[in-house]
Design a protein around this ligand. Structure first.
Ligand code: UDX
Ligand code: UDX
Length: 459
C-alpha cells in the first residue's frame, strides 16, 4: 500500500546514496528506501564498508539506517509503497546509434519509467535526479501518461549539485536547491511536496523553483561553466610553460578580482569525473539538434582543451625523460579523478597511464582509495607492466619518476628525502596538480616539473 510519507530513490550510486542518507537523517518522520538493481551495491550499503567513499557519509548512514533508511534490490515493492520516487540511475554518454559520443543513453531512465507504471497502484510524484538532456521530463511524462490504469504521475526536475568528496557538506549546506515543475496546478502541488522535504534544513531563500526546462538546463550550464574555468586556466598554463610566466601567480592575481573569484582556477592535468564531460557533450548535442553550430563548437572546445591538457602532460613526461620511458619505472601517485573520493570515472590518470603504457613504461600506482577502480579501468592493458601498490614508498622505490595525478592532501606530507634516496637518478617529479613545494623538492635533488611553471632542474 502507498504511504504519503515514503520516499524511494532508484539508483544507489554516488548521487542517490548520499542524498537519500541525508534526507533520511534530516526527516525522521519519512521512510526513505534506496533501491538498486545491483545486489552487490545494496549489500555493501548495509555494512560499514559502504560501496562509495565519501567523508562523513558513514556517520549519517549509521544514524538513519534501520530506523527510516532502508536499502533493497526489491525495486518493484518499493515503487508500490512510495508516494515520491527520485530517479538517480546513470545516464552515460551514448556509445551507439544516433548521437553516439554526445547524447545521453536514456535506456535506464526509460526502463525505470516503465517499471514505475507497471508497479504503481496510486498517483505518484517522479523526481529526476539524473542529469538529463533538456526536455526529457516531457518524454518521461508522456511515457508515464501512457499508462492504462488511469494513474497520474507528476514529473519534477531536482538536479543534484553535490561534488564528490564534499557530498555531505554540500547536501547539509547547499548553495541552492533547485526544483522544476510543470506550470500547472498539479505540477505546483507536487513541487510543494518536494520543497517541504528540503525546507526541513535548507533556508527557504535557497530553495529555487522554476519550470522544468530551466531546472534541467541549469544543471548542464553549471557544470559547463565550472569546466570552462578549468579549461581556460589550463589553456593559459600551456602558454606559461612557453614563457616565464607562472600560472599559480597569474591565477591568484586574476582570482582576486571579486567579479571573477577564486574557485575552480587551479591548473591541473585536466578535469575528470562523471559529470563535466558528459554534461558538456550533452549541451553540445542539444545545440546541434537545435541548429546552433557556433554554440555547439564553443562548448565542445572546453572538452577538447581538457583532452589536450591530459595529452600535453603525458608528452611532457616522456620528452623530459630524454624522450624515452621504455623499461623505466614510473610511480603514479593518485588515480581518483580528484581527492577524497575513490571514483575514477573519466579520471585524467586513466589516459595518462594508457599513454605511458604505450611508451612501454613500467607503471606503479598508489592511491589511498581508488586502487580497486584503477584495476578495472586498466584491465584492458593486458600487455603492460602495471603494479598496484598499497604503499607510496613501495611505489616510488627504484622509480625514475613520480607523477602526481590527484590532489590528495597526504601527498604533500610524505618524506621526500627518503623517497629520493630510493629512486633511480636523475629523479623526476611531475606535479599534475600543483600541490607540492617545488623549491624544497628541487633542493633535495629532484628535477621538478609543475603545470604552467618553469621547471626546476639540475640537468
Ligand atoms: C548518476 C548519473 O550518472 C548522473 O548523471 C546523475 O546526475 C546522478 O546519477 P551516480 O550516482 O554517480 O550518477 O551514478 P552511479 O554511481 O553509476 O549510480 C547509478 C546507480 O543506478 C547504479 O548503482 C546502478 O546499479 C543503478 N541502476 C542503474 C539501477 O538501479 N537501475 C537501472 O536500470 C540502472
Ligand atoms: C561536479 C560539480 O562540481 C557538481 O556541482 C556536480 O553536481 C557534479 O559535477 P564532481 O565531478 O564531483 O562535481 O567534482 P568537482 O569538484 O567539480 O571536480 C571536477 C574535476 O575538476 C576534478 O577532476 C578536479 O580535480 C578538477 N578541478 C577542479 C581542477 O582541475 N581544477 C580546479 O580548480 C577545480
Amino acid at each position: 500500500m502507498q504511504s504519503e510519507k515514503t520516499i524511494l530513490c532508484i539508483g544507489a550510486g554516488y548521487v542517490g546514496g548520499p542524498t537519500m542518507a541525508v534526507i533520511a537523517d534530516k526527516c525522521p518522520d519519512y521512510k526513505v528506501i534506496v533501491a538498486d538493481i545491483n545486489p552487490k551495491r545494496i549489500e555493501a550499503w548495509k555494512t560499514d564498508d559502504l560501496p562509495i567513499y565519501e567523508p562523513g557519509l558513514l556517520d549519517v548512514v549509521k544514524r538513519a539506517r534501520g530506523r527510516n533508511l532502508f536499502f533493497t534490490t526489491d525495486v518493484f515493492s518499493a515503487i508500490e509503497e512510495a508516494a515520491i520516487i527520485f530517479v538517480s540511475v546513470n545516464t552515460p554518454t551514448k556509445t551507439f546509434g544516433s548521437g553516439a559520443g554526445r547524447a545521453s543513453d536514456l535506456q535506464y531512465w526509460e526502463k525505470t519509467a516503465r517499471d514505475i507504471i507497471e508497479h504503481s497502484k496510486d498517483n505518484k510524484i517522479v523526481v529526476e535526479k539524473s542529469t538529463l538532456p533538456v526536455r526529457t521530463a516531457e518524454a518521461m511524462s508522456r511515457i508515464l501518461r501512457s499508462n492504462d490504469k488511469g494513474l497520474k504521475f507528476e514529473v519534477l526536475s531536482n538536479p543534484e549539485f553535490l561534488a564528490e568528496g564534499t557530498a555531505i557538506a554540500d547536501l547539509d549546506n547547499p548553495d541552492r536547491v533547485l526544483v522544476g515543475a510543470m506550470q500547472t496546478e498539479t505540477g505546483m502541488a507536487a513541487l510543494q511536496k518536494v520543497v517541504e522535504i528540503y525546507a526541513r534544513w535548507v533556508p527557504k531563500e535557497k530553495i529555487i523553483t522554476t519550470n522544468v526546462w530551466s531546472s534541467e538546463l541549469t544543471k548542464l550550464v553549471s557544470n559547463a561553466m565550472l569546466a570552462q574555468r578549468i579549461s581556460s586556466v589550463n589553456s593559459i598554463s600551456a602558454f606559461c610553460e612557453k614563457t616565464d610566466a607562472n600560472i599559480r601567480e597569474v591565477s591568484k592575481a586574476v582570482s582576486m578580482d571579486s567579479r571573477i573569484g577564486s574557485k575552480f582556477l587551479n591548473a591541473s592535468v585536466g578535469f575528470g569525473g562523471s559529470c563535466f564531460k558528459k554534461d558538456i557533450l550533452n549541451l553540445v548535442y542539444l545545440c546541434e539538434h537545435y541548429n546552433l553550430p557556433e554554440v555547439a563548437q564553443y562548448w565542445e572546445q572546453v572538452v577538447k582543451m581538457n583532452e589536450y591538457q591530459e595529452r600535453r602532460f603525458a608528452k611532457r613526461v616522456v620528452e623530459n625523460m630524454f624522450n624515452t620511458v621504455a623499461g623505466k619505472k614510473i610511480a603514479v601517485f593518485g588515480f581518483a579523478f580528484k581527492a577524497d573520493t575513490g571514483d575514477t570515472r573519466e579520471s585524467p590518470a586513466i589516459y595518462v597511464t594508457e599513454l605511458l603504457a604505450e611508451e612501454k613504461a613500467n607503471i606503479a600506482i598508489y592511491d589511498p582509495k581508488a586502487i580497486e577502480n584503477a584495476k578495472e579501468d586498466l584491465a584492458h592493458l593486458t600487455s603492460a607492466t602495471i603494479e598496484y601498490c598499497n604503499d607510496p614508498y613501495q611505489a616510488a622505490e627504484g622509480a625514475h619518476a613520480i607523477l602526481i595525478l590527484t590532489e590528495w592532501k597526504e601527498f604533500k606530507e610524505y618524506d621526500y628525502k627518503k623517497i629520493y634516496s630510493k629512486m633511480n637518478k636523475p629523479a623526476f617529479i611531475f606535479d599534475g596538480r600543483n600541490i607540492l613545494n617545488t623549491k624544497e623538492l628541487y633542493e633535495l635533488g629532484f628535477n621538478v616539473f609543475s603545470i604552467g611553471q618553469t621547471p626546476l632542474t639540475h640537468l
